[in-house]
Design a protein around this ligand. Sequence first.
Ligand SMILES: C[S@@+](CC[C@H](N)C(=O)[O-])C[C@H]1O[C@@H](n2cnc3c(N)ncnc32)[C@H](O)[C@@H]1O
Length: 268
Amino acid sequence: MTTTFETERYGDRLFAASHRDENERLECLAGTFDPVSAENLLALGLDARWTALDVGAGSGSLSAWLASVAASPDQVTAVDRDTRFLTPLAAEGVRVVEADITDPAFHPGRYDLVHARFVLMHLRDRDEVLRRLASWVKPGGLLVLSDALAAGGETSPHEAYRRTITAYWRMLAETIGSDRHCVAQYPRALTELGLRDIGLHTHLPVVGLHDAFSRFLALTLDQSRGRLLGAGLPEAAYDEAVKHLNDPSAREVFFAMATCWGRTPVLP
Ligand SMILES: C[S@@+](CC[C@H](N)C(=O)[O-])C[C@H]1O[C@@H](n2cnc3c(N)ncnc32)[C@H](O)[C@@H]1O
């Protein structure tokens, strides 16, 4: 008989789209990082002619922004395992596809841009999925991958915050297989896949200085509370961390968004 351990996946139970706060949590994540992603993509040459695949589109806000840049919204395809938050996008002409990107039978076609943000880090089979994402990029097109790079929480001088974030990353790895450092391997992985013009950009928001990110962290810890206490984090430490984060003078970091990109070779 299989157990939950090592079989649970992102969104099955933890961070399920059906959770009452999940749309708000994803919107807070997007509100924190969309401006940075947009700036990166424009600097990489995104223009109105490009076709784009947004993988694990979540709340759909970045897909909507991509569609606003494109000459026509149907140049953008937003794919997710659960597309309930993407219905408004479909009404605006964006192609919305409900699919599991780990399914080897899923072939979405080829695009000028394949973009995946905060998705690969949560997949146990990320190396294989990364290869497949690269295969969906047209020759000369771009693969752009953003993921969290854990920073600050596990070394914070605030004991309760440090214990809570340390327990959080461990719990995430043990339940859904998330890797809080895998993005550091992407420059090498993209090079080994034959991509060129590799680059990396990081952005580190501060909890307490950025409202959307502070709210994202609060909702993330709230959804994780039962798992954290179940894994042995004392309730007093969790409560003290939440109290600390509610203090407007708190200044903590949680993770940086690291964005790695590469261009596929142009065929001779
Ligand atoms: C942390 S959210 C990131 C959302 C969005 N990319 C963003 O950065 O705002 C991860 C998203 O990936 C989706 N996802 C997770 N595993 C997936 C899979 N195997 N196939 C397709 N989508 C997946 C989830 O449903 C969720 O919407």
